[in-house]
Design a protein around this ligand. Structure first.
Ligand code: HEM
Length: 208
């Protein structure tokens, strides 16, 4: 049986959504303390760094990106699209870029620089000028894009179930949650906006 690109995109997206929600919750824990964040990540790694699960996750990332790009390419000539579809398309394109760059950076950090790719790995760029001019919007848009992608999908599917008005309200709540979460994670990663001291090995990997 040959799976359609849409089916492939749906299932790899579902696998990734579970990982991403847990992953973002892990970053939120840094609001309490870096130690709590690292302890949670160490526990979670027991699962997602298991060779079978990590291979599945990396295959899901690759499958999600390429099936998404294929769907975009096929529909790119359609003349006019409603806002929800455009939001889904543009958030998806950003996620394709982010997923490829972010996953490659993590794997390179581990294999090439021999770093423990914990909170400091991501926080190095967020807390160091001028790299933060890139990394703050890069992470903010990533978290927002995940929720906008889900919100636009929820609206399109939910219209026939809850009606136009209610589906739109729910989608705005989902999108708004993404913006709030993105801001909270940045607050957490910057030691509540006071700046997080970064160990030298992570700054070296950044080129400092
Ligand atoms: C502010 C937001 C984010 C930060 C600071 C962040 C940071 C990190 C860090 C430090 C790792 C390494 C984890 C480890 O070594 O155990 C990682 C892995 C990863 N992240 Fe993120 N991430 C963020 C958002 C996202 C989003 C939105 C996605 C997906 C759209 C994502 C997908 C992944 C994936 C697929 C991995 C690789 C997991 C693996 O194979 O070990 N991340 N991220």
């Amino acid at each position: 049986m040959r799976l359609s690109t849409k089916t492939y995109h749906y299932w790899t997206g579902l696998v990734l959504a579970v990982f991403i929600l847990v992953h973002l919750a892990n970053h939120l824990v840094a609001l309490w303390s870096v130690a709590a964040h690292v302890a949670t990540m160490t526990a979670l790694r027991q699962a997602y760094r298991h060779p079978v699960l990590e291979t599945g996750l990396l295959l899901a990332v690759t499958g999600q990106v390429f099936s998404g790009l294929r769907l975009y390419w096929r529909g790119r000539r359609e003349p006019w699209r409603p806002l929800a579809e455009r939001l889904q398309m543009y958030s998806g394109l950003y996620l394709a870029f982010f997923l490829l760059v972010h996953t490659a950076a993590v794997l390179t950090g581990r294999a090439w620089f021999g770093l423990d790719t914990n909170l400091y790995f991501a926080a190095a760029g967020i807390n160091t000028f001028p790299y933060n001019l890139f990394f703050i919007p890069y992470y903010f848009l990533a978290v927002t894009a995940v929720f906008l992608h889900l919100a636009s999908l929820h609206y399109q599917k939910g219209r026939s179930i809850w009606g136009e008005k209610s589906a739109r309200r729910q989608a705005v709540v989902v999108g708004g949650t993404g913006v709030l979460l993105a801001l909270l994670i940045l607050v957490a990663m910057t030691n509540r906006l006071q700046g997080l001291p970064i160990p030298a090995s992570y700054l070296r990997a950044l080129g400092n």
